[in-house]
Design a protein around this ligand. Structure first.
Ligand code: ITT
Length: 193
């Protein structure tokens, strides 16, 4: 069974990765001592750059394969913001609630609500980058949150294929279509080659 270490401080991401690994017969574990390690500096201009920076930052603390996810929401009417700043959109101490509130304020009165979630997963072993895997999913932002599932911007993100938000979809549904599900499956396919 392939063993993979995941480096993330985001409980929502970890839940989704655990679910994806469970159905793929993979042994996935969170990097031990993740919280005690200094945080990776995410100063890249792209999701891909930041995913690689994160994975290489944490890999010296893992045996074997390690991956990190950099992801976020790109809103067309905001020129692609919050993008790589999605986690800290509303500044220091940002929470999902404060980020969602700021997003709604910035979109107030704007008719074009199209947006996409984007994910890059970097897989490394020691200092070697094995690959970077991508996913993206299109949707539109509602004017108020709906549903308590998922995390982050999920309650605002209306997914046309489901006819509901990612916050209302089941975890399995979200993973079947999401940016993270796509990127994770691309990584699995590469590992199985
Ligand atoms: P790690 O770097 O520790 O993995 P993080 O939350 O800081 O966790 P990112 O820098 O990649 O991760 O920021 C991702 C942010 O984008 C996340 O905090 C959410 O606000 C948003 N986001 C990403 N994927 C999402 C999803 O599936 N649903 C809702 N929001 C998402």
């Amino acid at each position: 069974m392939t063993r993979l270490t995941c480096a993330t401080g985001n409980a929502g991401k970890l839940r989704e990765f655990r679910m994806a690994a469970g159905s793929a017969d993979l042994d996935l574990e969170l990097l031990a001592n993740y919280k005690a390690l200094p945080e990776a500096i995410e100063d890249g201009a792209t999701f891909e750059e930041n995913a690689i920076k994160k994975a290489l930052h944490y890999s010296p603390h893992a045996d074997g394969l390690l991956f990190a996810d950099d992801s976020g929401l790109a809103v067309d009417a905001l020129g692609g913001a919050p993008g790589v700043y999605s986690a800290r959109y509303s500044g220091p101490g940002a929470t999902d609630a404060s980020n969602n509130a700021l997003l709604l304020r910035n979109l107030h009165g704007i008719a074009n609500r199209t947006a996409r979630f984007v994910c890059a997963i970097a897989l490394v072993e020691g200092a070697r980058v094995i690959g970077v895997y991508h996913g993206a999913v299109e949707g539109a932002l509602l004017e108020e949150p709906r549903g308590n599932g998922g995390f982050g911007y999920d309650p605002l993100f209306f997914c046309p294929a489901f006819g509901c938000t990612f916050g209302e979809a089941t975890a399995e549904q979200k993973l079947s279509l999401s940016h993270r599900g796509q990127a994770f499956r691309a990584m699995l396919a590469a590992l199985r080659k």
